[in-house]
Design a protein around this ligand. Structure first.
Ligand SMILES: [Zn+2]
Ligand SMILES: [Zn+2]
Length: 187
């Protein structure tokens, strides 16, 4: 039996599971049909001032209001609940001074996860590896996920998918500092 497909506008973009709002809107704005380089421009089209610029930087103080989410959802043709899922849960503190990455997760599915930016998430639970926020090759800080177009360091070009080794080194260093043996099985 055929089910009726939901009516989506041509610029509709399905969010990935656990994707961060910054990464999602980077993808959304870069679509050929949209092609809006500044988050503020899209935000103003939705009539919510420059709120999206803050969200893309993981600044959630104040949190998005229902009205703001509804206005943005209407503009881009995405359900409000899907927009909410791109944001951190209430009460969760965010890291805003750096952008975090688990290279192994990224190799599995190339997008930035919202939970990497939670202050409480220093480790990737799935891979038992510390998250990194700088390029292992040139030490450049990772840009905001909204700018993760090609999945590599913008300075030296190293691919995010090749950065696992640095996470392992960080894990070993950390274990040494704490005086415990690194459990190589879980890597
Ligand atoms: Zn991971
Ligand atoms: Zn680099």
């Amino acid at each position: 039996m055929e089910t009726e497909a939901p009516q989506h506008p041509p610029w509709y973009l399905e969010p990935f599971e656990g994707e961060s709002i910054s990464h999602y809107f980077g993808r959304f704005r870069r679509q050929e049909i949209v092609n809006i380089s500044a988050p503020g421009s899209l935000s103003r089209k939705a009539g919510i001032g420059t709120a999206l610029s803050r969200w893309e930087k993981f600044r959630f103080n104040p949190r998005p209001t229902q009205k703001e989410l509804e206005a943005m959802a209407k503009l881009i043709g995405v359900e409000v609940s899907k927009l909410e899922a791109l944001c951190p849960p209430k009460g969760v503190l965010m890291v805003t001074c750096s952008t975090r990455l688990c290279a192994v997760c990224y190799r599995e599915a190339p997008y930035h996860r919202i939970h990497w930016q939670f202050q409480s998430t220093e480790y990737c639970e799935k891979h038992q590896l510390p998250l990194i926020s700088r390029c292992p090759a040139c030490d450049e800080k990772f840009p905001l996920p909204s700018e993760w177009k090609d999945g590599n360091c913008q300075r030296c070009g190293m691919k995010f998918t090749s950065m696992k080794k640095r996470q392992i080194i960080a894990k070993e260093k950390r274990a040494k500092r704490l005086g415990i043996r690194s459990d190589s099985k879980s890597v």
